[in-house]
Design a protein around this ligand. Structure first.
Ligand SMILES: Cc1ncc(COP(=O)(O)O)c(C=O)c1O
Length: 380
């Protein structure tokens, strides 16, 4: 049986040529492709600094350390990939999960405001919103709150490269750090552009950029262009290879195509799924013009219906996924935070299902997904 995955990388001959060229060159790591990729990302995002690293988790780790969040209270969302808050825990930050909008899964700013107001600890504060599904979090309002409470802001933009938001009539790119201190990206194969594995930290702050750069390479900094090095921090090997960076440079040239294909497919899905027979069983995340559509998430009425649909589609060769179960349900988090339930996160989790979306998903395959979903609705 043919299988359709929920997401997939888009690799063409130009990508292959770029990687092979590096393989045949003098440098397969720490060579010129790193700078080339960082410069290209800087131009694309209109951000002052980009530091590419080995993966998105390393980017989060360095972003948090770059801002010295080790001894902070950090408000973040439970509807995300574990890396967002795992890295907070691993550096010693105290996690506060803030509830989310039940359809977008993005941080609910009203709940955030209440949580900031109610916080009694005098430790420094930070906020880590995730731009889930590709829809930028409400960064301008989060930024306003952050200024009021002197909190740092890190956007986890792993899903949202290519996504935009409008504020006071102006359009901003996710990860451009216009309303955050730092943002992080992932170049995992299922993301907007891929490097195999890869990630980046973006910022307009010179001090943070310098620290992240230093921590990427063991904390070692070259002195006066000589062989001498100084160890300025306890760092890591989070370097990206030139093979990864060359793939990134090549992929970034086609980002507008990737994002517009995802947006087209999302629009088509939304048009069809808002009609019968679907609309009695499925609610869609409202279309968001600036979403990068890393995911297309539909919502069933309850967990039984969602689980039935997951199995039904799987049996017909269609891979779907649940992004995400609230992190506070994992035993390790329960041990740390105690049992908790946030109403928006529960509602989101119980109904959500990510259906296939990626640039090369053919019209026939989209129709197949829609037809099987229609059959599924008849059996619900
Ligand atoms: C929201 C989010 N943040 C961070 C990451 C971590 O990225 P990576 O897999 O590149 O380490 C992911 C990966 O899926 C993610 O979805």
């Amino acid at each position: 049986m043919k299988r359709i995955s929920y997401s997939k990388q888009t690799i063409d001959d130009s990508d292959v040529r770029s990687v092979v060229e590096v393989l045949r060159s003098d440098f397969i790591t720490q060579g010129p492709q790193i700078k080339a990729f960082e410069e290209a990302l800087k131009r694309y995002l209109c951000v002052k600094h980009v530091c590419v690293v080995s993966n998105g988790t390393a980017a989060l780790h360095l972003a948090y350390l770059g801002l010295h969040l080790e001894d902070c209270i950090v408000f973040t969302t439970p509807i995300t990939f574990a890396a967002t808050s795992n890295m907070l825990h691993l550096i010693g930050a105290e996690i506060r999960f803030v509830d989310v909008d039940p359809l977008t899964g993005n941080m609910d700013v009203d709940v955030l405001e209440k949580a900031l107001k109610a916080e009694t600890s005098t430790k420094p504060k930070a906020i880590v919103p995730v731009s889930l599904q590709g829809i930028p979090a409400n960064l301008p309002d989060i930024w306003t709150l952050a200024q009021r409470y002197q909190a740092k802001v890190v956007e986890d933009a792993a899903h949202s490269l290519g996504g935009t938001y409008v504020h006071e009539g102006q359009t901003y790119k996710s990860a451009s750090c216009q309303h955050t201190d730092v943002a992080t990206l992932s170049f995992h194969p299922l993301k907007t552009i891929c490097c195999g594995e890869g990630g980046a930290v973006t910022t307009n702050d010179d001090t943070v950029a310098e620290r992240v750069l230093c921590l990427r390479n063991h904390g070692l900094v070259r002195v006066d262009n000589s062989y001498l090095r100084e160890q300025r921090a306890w760092g890591y090997n989070y370097r990206m290879t030139d093979l990864q960076a060359a793939l990134g440079v090549s992929q970034l040239k086609r980002i507008d195509f990737f994002v517009s294909r995802r947006q087209q497919i999302a629009k088509r899905y939304a048009e069809v799924l808002s009609q019968e027979p679907y609309c009695d069983f499925i609610e869609i995340t409202p279309l968001h013009e600036g979403s990068a559509y890393h995911l297309f998430v539909i919502h069933f009425k309850n967990i039984q219906a969602r689980d039935f649909a997951y199995q039904y589609l799987n049996d017909k060769g269609i891979e779907t996924n649940v992004h995400y179960m609230p992190l506070y349900k994992y035993q390790l988090y329960r041990d740390m935070l105690g049992a908790m339930q946030l109403p928006g996160a529960e509602a989101y989790y119980q109904g959500c299902l990510s259906i296939p979306i990626y640039p090369n998903l053919t019209q026939d395959d989209q129709d197949y997904v829609l037809n099987v979903l229609a059959q599924c609705c008849q059996e619900l």
